[in-house]
Design a binder for this molecule. Structure first.
Ligand SMILES: NC(=O)c1ccc[n+]([C@@H]2O[C@H](COP(=O)([O-])OP(=O)(O)OC[C@H]3O[C@@H](n4cnc5c(N)ncnc54)[C@H](OP(=O)(O)O)[C@@H]3O)[C@@H](O)[C@H]2O)c1
Ligand SMILES: [Zn+2]
Length: 322
């Protein structure tokens, strides 16, 4: 048992309550990690909105957890997975692992001063710059997984929709590192500048393919409100990878003929395995990915959410102790 200060979601869509909470150790092979930085993933915001019907408050969210275990800097792989799903090298399929759950949605997560985590989920960090990992690792690992599913290769032309978000801006940089030509959609001219700085061609016009030309793959981070134009960007036989649906609303395909006549594939991409997580930590540690984030104290969690929902954050909002 440990007592922590945590931001507790007590009612969907309402302010978090920052309070003292006692956390039971789930089992002997779970260990305590003192949280030094935790990212506010777009997934958390969907949960906060009430977009995951299987979840009920109270919840302590946060799966992008980086901190200290017995004095050593660690990242916590967010998937809580029965060992029967995982190969010795850490690879497994989230889609076919029925025991898979995620820190913050099953066990209490990282909007807290400390978390319990399975000992085998801990990955050593190359340094103690916790916030940069909290900003970038989830996005990079997500796109490592998604780009494999889509068959991205050097010379592929791709569009990231929702490119200025925490997943988008770090995922887009990973796609660049594969040798792809990367276009990124954002609604904001200011955020377009950030994309340009990391070699991503900003797109502000949803129908910009008329002048810029079509792409091989669209990575959809936004979902319901953009998918009906984003699929128009695809060349015949192209692939749309569905990564997120930020508002948590049903997705309707208004013109199925676009999919049928162009033989477009729609592929879902579910999270990332331990191997991809380790690789993402390594890339961020080496400085191959530039982290974009704004740091907030844990006690400022409600201000961070307002900033995210009102579109004021480029990249990730990261909570740090205090
Ligand atoms: N499949 C997976 O493995 C996986 C992993 C992690 C996260 N996700 C999902 O990925 C999604 C994005 O996560 P994130 O962390 O990047 O979220 P985020 O940091 O909140 O960013 C979301 C971005 O979406 C854009 N956006 C929001 N509403 C929009 C709208 N109505 N129209 C157009 N653009 C809009 C915003 O860009 P602008 O303000 O620049 O327009 C914003 O930067 C979430 O749904 C999350 O659940 C999936
Ligand atoms: Zn995440």
């Amino acid at each position: 048992m440990v007592e922590v200060l945590a931001a507790v979601l007590r009612e969907f869509g309402s302010e978090f309550s920052v309070e003292r909470v006692r956390l039971e150790r789930p089992s002997d092979d779970w260990v305590l990690v003192n949280v030094k930085a935790v990212g506010i993933c777009g997934r958390d915001v969907v949960v906060w909105r009430g977009g995951f019907a299987n979840l009920k408050p109270p919840l302590i969210l946060g799966h992008e957890v980086f901190g200290e275990h017995e004095g050593r800097p660690v990242g916590v792989y967010p998937g809580v997975v029965g060992r029967e799903c995982m190969a010795p090298d850490g690879s497994f399929s989230v889609a076919s692992c029925s025991s898979y759950t995620i820190l913050g949605e099953g066990p209490p997560g990282g909007y807290s001063t400390a978390v319990w985590a399975p000992s085998w989920n801990l990955v050593d960090l190359p340094d103690e710059e916790y916030a940069k990992y909290a900003a970038a690792v989830c996005g990079v690992a997500t796109y490592m997984h998604a780009s494999r599913l889509a068959g991205v290769e050097p010379g592929s032309r791709v569009l990231v929709v929702g490119a200025s978000g925490g997943v988008g801006i770090h995922g887009a940089q990973y796609l660049r590192s594969l040798g792809a030509e990367v276009l990124g959609f954002t609604r904001s001219a200011e955020k377009a500048e950030a994309l340009r700085r990391v070699g991503v061609k900003p797109v502000l016009d949803p129908l910009g393919y008329r002048s810029l030309g079509r792409v091989d793959v669209v990575f959809e981070n936004v979902g319901a409100s953009t998918i009906n134009w984003s699929m128009r960007w695809l060349k015949p036989g192209g692939t749309l990878v569905l990564i997120g649906n930020v508002e948590g609303k049903p997705i309707t395909i208004e013109r199925p003929a676009y999919l049928v006549m162009r033989e477009i594939r729609i592929v879902g991409s579910a999270a990332y395995d331990m191997r991809e997580y380790r690789e993402a930590v390594k890339l961020v540690g080496e400085g191959a990915i530039r982290p974009f984030y704004r740091a907030y104290r844990l006690t400022e969690v409600n201000r961070a959410y307002r900033d995210i929902v009102e579109g004021r954050v480029v990249g990730r909002a990261v909570l740090v102790p205090g």
